[in-house]
Unconditional design. Structure first.
Length: 130
């Protein structure tokens, strides 16, 4: 019997009006080096070899709406990023070009938008889950 194929997630790809600008934001935010760069495409790599992020230029990119509405482009995914100091991490992300979303559904998580409008959540583990 033939063994099942192996699947390995190597990256999540985010579309943006400018792949290089968005990649630079996440490179600065996460401190990850560029793995590959070409016109309209950038890959950044996690230092531990785990899945990275890729960015591709999409001229028809539509900024998602948060919270979702029926008449606007809905968020289809978001990134969850663990930090060790939530308020300092939010401050750093904003300094790099992120914006804090108006709607914040949880007291211990901060929802932000990257420069292209993709949502990402920052959180710090506390208590028994730390």
């Amino acid at each position: 019997m033939k063994p099942p194929p192996r699947f390995t997630l190597v990256a999540t790809t985010l579309d943006a009006p400018n792949a290089h600008e968005l990649a630079r934001f996440y490179q600065d935010l996460l401190g990850w080096p560029v793995r590959k760069e070409e016109p309209g495409w950038v890959e950044i790599a996690a230092p531990d070899g785990s899945a990275g992020l890729s960015f591709q230029t999409e001229s028809l990119f539509a900024r998602p709406q948060w919270p979702s509405t029926r008449s606007e482009q809905q968020m289809m995914m978001h990134l969850d990023i663990e930090v060790n100091d939530l308020s300092a991490a939010v401050e750093q992300a904003v300094a790099l070009g992120a914006t804090v979303a108006d709607f914040q559904p949880q007291a211990d998580v901060r929802v932000l938008c990257d420069p292209a409008g993709h949502l990402f959540c920052l959180f710090a583990r506390t208590g028994a889950s730390a």
